[in-house]
Design a protein around this ligand. Structure first.
Ligand code: ATP
Ligand code: ATP
Ligand code: MG
Ligand code: MG
Lengths: 256, 256
């Protein structure tokens, strides 16, 4: 079982889009996959079509409070081999409530230990911040995928994220690896995309996925239908890119 | 003096782009304007070309800790009539440190009171979260601009943001008004943009700015040159849209 956090404090870079569609692409290869929505915005939850009322009953906040076990909170995603631990706005309270708790950074890690052996991959969709929820995800994870929008501000934030990763590695999770930087919303028609892609490959040689996710409107349309793009429009370039990403990822860790 | 928060917990919707370019457009009308970067990502700070070393010395965190007064921390932006109170990654610590403080939600409001009379507009660029920094901005502000990317997830988050605004209005800042919802990154070629724009205008009748900001690559290029788009490419559609937004805003509040 490999737990992968999908994190970047820069907002709107494609974290949720990567969690849902990489998850669906791994499931398509019949690798049992769990998505954990660690963001109080609950976009992974709504992007898979789960009703808000259902998410109010079964969500990560209930596990963090100890009112239910993770195994009882997981729901179907509508895609074979892909399951979901939903989020809900209640999770906003967790950031403040967790501050006082003992071993507050290891709560998610302990919760996921209950699941060992049931899944081949667990993907953690993180909120756009470096607060306690993201720290919990980075402490629970074996590795980290960093979606990076091919634009200026996204590049700026990378140094800060890598500092936080080093802090986590030194103090909480010595085994945390960087699975890779994933270039997203790449638009070959603009100079800015090309510039950022070149700079990232230069500075992070060896850490950048070969697969690049292009800007593709089908990726933005799919969540309004409550489906991954692989189900919504299997022939789209968005689908094919995430399938290629799953192939590259599995190729590295070795599928069963 | 009118203090306007630019907030939306959804990431990447154009908060920073609106703060910098609306600020520059107001300054172009010779209305003295201050930008306050309330986001630890410090994108407004880097988008105006301020070096990280300069921002380390002069930033909002120093004012929050009380080691310097706001008046001594404000710097030039490079644009006439536009000044900046920078941010720095140190501000990440403020969220946890402020939790224990008395009247922790009113700290920014008190700091900005020192400035009354020097500026016609103060714009607060918020981080992508509803934590203590955004709560401080909403408590200090007279009104709120909500940039809304014309996509599904951005629309989802609106209800949660309006709940938080009501909480702030009932408990901390009874005068907080909604200046308006600003549609951003509108792409007339895609159905999703049109769908979201129509839904927002239906549900929030009377609150949506007439000015719509189209997707325009010059807006994404300008920050890598450390300039607002109005300086980087004055004839671009991005520049003209933010100038139109400033005109619409000033028309409502009445310029001096
Ligand atoms: N490759 C792509 N092409 C086109 N649109 C995309 C692509 N990837 C993501 N999007 C759209 O861009 C927006 C931002 O993506 P997404 O919400 O996945 O980012 P995020 O990093 O999870 O945001 P947040 O920081 O708020 O959690 C969404 O509306 C999404 O549908
Ligand atoms: N109208 C537009 N057309 C094209 N690109 C845009 C537009 N508005 C913003 N951008 C670009 O989109 C990205 C996201 O915008 P921006 O960083 O301003 O959003 P934000 O809401 O401040 O993000 P965060 O949630 O991380 O603070 C940036 O790279 C920016 O340059
Ligand atoms: Mg997300
Ligand atoms: Mg911003």
């Amino acid at each position: 079982m490999r737990i992968i956090a999908i994190a970047n404090q820069k907002g709107g870079v494609g974290k949720t889009t990567t969690a849902i569609n990489l998850g669906a692409a791994l499931a398509q290869r019949e690798l049992p996959t769990l998505l954990v929505d660690v963001d109080p915005q609950a976009n992974t939850t709504s992007g898979l079509g789960l009703e808000r009322a259902a998410a109010r009953e079964r969500n990560l906040y209930r596990a963090i409070c100890g009112t239910a076990s993770v195994a009882n909170l997981v729901v179907d995603s509508g895609v074979p081999h892909l399951r979901l631990l939903p989020s809900h706005a209640d999770l906003i309270g967790a950031e403040v409530e967790l501050v006082q708790q003992l071993a507050r950074e290891r709560i998610l890690k302990r919760l996921l230990e209950d699941l060992s052996g049931q899944y081949r991959y667990i993907l953690l969709d993180c909120p756009p911040s470096l607060g306690l929820l993201t720290v919990n995800a980075l402490t629970a994870a074996h590795s980290l995928i960093i979606p990076l929008q091919c634009e200026y501000y996204a590049l700026e934030g990378l140094a800060q994220l890598l500092k936080t990763v080093k802090l986590i590695r030194d103090n909480l999770n010595p085994g945390l690896e960087i699975e890779g930087v994933l270039l997203t919303m790449y638009d070959a028609r603009t100079n800015i995309s090309e510039q950022v892609a070149r700079e990232v490959r230069e500075h992070f040689r060896g850490y950048v996925f070969n697969t690049v996710i292009p800007r593709n409107v089908r990726l933005a349309e799919a969540p309004s239908h409550g489906k991954p793009v692989l189900t919504y429009d299997p022939s789209s370039v968005g689908s094919r890119s995430y399938a290629a990403l799953a192939e590259e990822l599995v190729g590295r860790n070795g599928a069963p």
